[in-house]
Design a protein around this ligand. Structure first.
Ligand code: B12
Length: 514
């Protein structure tokens, strides 16, 4: 087989950035799969150039001009950047491949702009593309494995890519690892509702951690498991077999139901420094928070006690909420979140506006059928910059008033001060201050304020939100233009908008390879 020049681009940012939070953290949000694809391409004997785009590079200059094929990994928020990149690379003669959450959620749309669009991706899929490598235009080819791979190359194999990326992280350096795919729960709103839980091999975790200790003085690992710790004892044994207690720092996203005091004790012993549990809502989505039928204020009290307990063992806790859910009504859910914050001053709140990501979850079909999904460009679909589901129980101004209210409460000087005082370790204390004052806190308040004002004053914006007009309001158009910078001119015609009901219309489009 011909030796190919392969480019791999991980789009962590959706455009150039100046934010302090992005400078400190973006390199730590690199994905595992682009690195895995890099390993697989090298194993086939190809020449690989890997780029993790954090928003501080000149993307047009990052890849050599003579690449044969480029794999791009993108979340939906970087879809327009990815489409423009593909346009640019195709003009230079390259074949383009899209993988990652956007490709999984919006394949129908992405096929218009890429030669290959991938769902579940294993080594065979990559080998097939490398063997075929041909332009497929105007419509690309949709390929996917029957399921996730049962093995992924470990940290030592991915190390050149990890090292290259972490050089861009100035303060905190987090190594991405994963121990399992899928989830045993089947919540209908989640991308993993139909993906079986599948551990990737606990011996590999031990090997990877041992390797890391030969490369870094005190490694810091960020676990990408959708729900860390389902096979809790196996994980802990794998970590304990690799290193003396508390010699590696760990960060993980886990559900409250897995965080009993006994588990917390063991997590602390093993160096877990940050946990991101999903609280989601006071009235719905309760099955992962171990709150059963508890709702409203009773749930607030129980969850607050639980999170305060976690904070006695783990220095940093991010509490995740979803705003605008159908189970919420009136001011109460937002007032309860404020109460929770007052009762739990050490937790950093992360809010997601309800978003239906294409074919991510079965529930999205219902929303599309009900005509509730709005065609906001993907660029805004990062859980903050747009909510693409018309709320069931709120008018848009009401909802944004509440979102603003809870955001102002969360990122007021008073809350920042209380959060600072509630924690006892330097990095988490300061990280919270930076987060609140940067794009994650004050930046959002500013943005939500703008949206709220436009809902009253800008008729085209209001009509778009109400689903009465499909023409993209100027505010959004100008923002994408500005944020894509020089790549805007490569965005193919029509690539700004998408059919928000494509999932409902096309049914099962999947073309399984195996
Ligand atoms: C871990 C995680 C994170 C971590 C790590 C992110 C990262 N860089 O991977 C953190 C906390 C940083 C994070 C942040 C965000 N996340 Co997140 N995250 C997840 C989570 C829980 C697991 C993803 C994962 O790593 N799975 C393991 C990999 C191996 O599996 P996979 O992603 O399914 O990938 C398969 C294929 O898609 C393919 N593939 C994946 N990538 C690539 C790349 C290439 C080049 C190729 C060829 C193939 C390929 O191969 C895999 C094997 O089959 C998912 C939910 C879930 N359960 O999947 C949400 C999820 C991916 N996140 C989501 C979102 C919205 C975000 C944020 C925008 C949230 C925010 N407001 O900040 C940010 C964006 C970060 C960024 N890099 O741009 C959405 C994405 C929806 C979408 N269409 O964009 C998801 C699906 C959750 C949801 N709401 O439904 N996230």
């Amino acid at each position: 087989m011909r030796r190919l020049r392969v480019g791999i681009v991980d789009l962590v940012s959706r455009g150039p950035s100046k934010a302090l939070w992005a400078r400190v953290m973006n390199a730590n949000f690199a994905s595992i799969m682009p690195q895995v694809v890099g390993v697989w391409c090298r194993q086939e004997g190809h020449e690989v150039r890997y780029v993790c785009y954090t928003g501080f590079e000149d993307l047009l200059l990052e890849l050599p001009s003579d690449v044969d094929v480029v794999f791009i990994g993108a979340f939906s928020q970087s879809a327009q950047l990815a489409y423009a990149m593909s346009g640019f690379l195709r003009r230079r003669g390259a074949v383009t491949v899209l993988g990652g959450p956007h490709a999984r959620c919006y394949p129908e749309d992405a096929l218009n702009y890429f030669d290959y669009v991938l769902g579940f991706t294993d080594q065979q899929v990559i080998q097939d593309i490398l063997a075929d490598v041909a332009p497929h235009r105007p419509l690309g080819v949709h390929l996917q494995a029957a399921m996730h791979p049962d093995h992924l190359p470990g940290v030592s194999e991915r190390w050149p890519f990890i090292q290259q990326t972490l050089r861009k992280a100035p303060l905190i350096k987090i190594v991405p690892m994963i121990g399992a795919l899928g989830c045993p729960y089947s919540c209908s709103f989640c991308i993993d509702s139909t993906v079986e839980y599948q551990p990737l091999g606990f011996e590999q975790i031990t090997r990877d951690l041992k390797f890391l200790r030969t490369q870094m003085r005190r490694p810091r690992v960020g676990w990408h498991d959708p729900n860390f710790g389902i096979r809790f004892d196996d994980y802990m044994e794998a970590i304990e077999a690799a290193a003396p207690p508390d010699s590696i720092d760990h960060i993980a996203e886990s559900s409250l139901s897995l965080l009993s005091e006994a588990h917390l004790r063991r997590l602390r012993k093993n160096g877990f420094k940050a946990i991101l549990p999903g609280i989601e809502s006071w009235y719905g989505l309760g099955n992962k928070s171990k709150t059963g039928k508890l709702q409203g204020r009773d749930k607030v009290k129980q969850v607050s006690e639980h999170v305060n307990l976690i904070l006695r063992y783990i220095p940093y806790v991010q509490a995740n909420f979803v705003l605008g859910l159908d189970s919420d009504e009136g001011p109460e859910p937002f007032e309860l979140t404020k109460e929770f914050l007052d009762l739990t001053p050490g937790a950093f709140p992360a809010y997601s506006l309800l978003t239906a990501f294409g074919r991510a979850a079965p529930w999205n079909l219902e929303l599309q059928r009900a005509g509730r999904v709005l065609p906001f460009p993907h660029h805004f679909l990062n859980n903050n910059h747009a909510m693409n589901v018309r709320p069931k129980n709120y008018s848009w101004p009401e909802l944004y008033d509440h979102v603003l209210g809870v955001s102002r409460h969360s990122f007021s000087w008073r809350a920042i001060g209380r959060r600072y005082r509630a924690l006892h370790t330097a990095i988490p204390k300061w990280l919270n201050v930076v987060r609140a004052m940067s794009s994650e806190g004050w930046g959002r308040i500013e943005y939500f304020t703008t949206i709220r004002q436009m809902l009253d004053r800008d008729l085209p914006v209001r009509r778009f939100f109400e689903g009465d007009a499909t023409e993209l309001p100027e505010f959004y158009l100008n923002r994408v233009k500005r944020e894509l910078g020089p790549l805007w001119e490569y965005l193919p015609p029509g690539a700004l908008m998408h059919d928000q009901n494509a999932y409902l219309k096309t049914g099962a489009l999947q073309v399984a390879l195996h």
